[in-house]
Write a protein of this length. Structure first.
Length: 171
């Protein structure tokens, strides 16, 4: 099996992120709140600003980009000191091969390095596979729900949270 590595993209790698993001929006439109055509029309400045707002992680195997995820501030959550995992996507031919797991593990490390005590993740209420996957890492439901507008209509999302390991500096 090929080794999977995960690394943070730099702002100058905005085209790599853009390419993966647009591929994700096209392949899995119901998994995202964004529209492929609207994002594809955005200029370089839009993508550079987006890169600066959150950590953008790419999973690679033998030089091939096979997945993407983002980690940023959990601004929508009531919890203080929280980060948010979002935009998690894996190429279909790489699903079930530990890419998503590698992205989640690295996302938790990034969140910890930013001093976050929890990592939040919104998951579709009807996506049992995603809920089970996140639960296997220790994500647990919070009381938060929100509507989600997707290509096929309206749905809801549940917020789940992972309590990150307490470091010596947070004791």
């Amino acid at each position: 099996m090929n080794e999977i590595t995960v690394r943070a993209l730099t702002e100058d790698e905005w085209e790599t992120y853009r390419s993966l993001r647009l591929e994700a929006l096209q392949e899995s439109p119901d998994a995202f709140v964004a529209d492929h055509d609207a994002e594809a029309a955005q200029p370089e400045e839009f993508w550079r600003k987006r890169m600066a707002r959150s950590a953008r992680l790419v999973a690679e195997s033998d030089g091939e980009q096979v997945g993407v995820a983002s980690v940023g501030d959990a601004t929508e959550s009531d919890a203080e000191n929280g980060g948010q995992l979002f935009g998690l996507w894996v190429r279909p031919d790489w699903r079930g091969r530990s890419v998503a797991a590698s992205l989640v593990r690295q996302s938790a490390l990034v969140a910890e390095s930013k001093g976050f005590g929890q990592l939040f993740y919104w998951v579709g209420s009807d996506n049992g596979r995603a809920v089970a996957f996140a639960s296997s890492f220790g994500f647990r439901p919070t009381d938060e729900r929100r509507p989600m507008r997707v290509a096929s209509g309206e749905s809801t999302e549940d917020e789940i949270a992972l309590v990150l390991a307490l470091g010596e500096d947070r004791a």
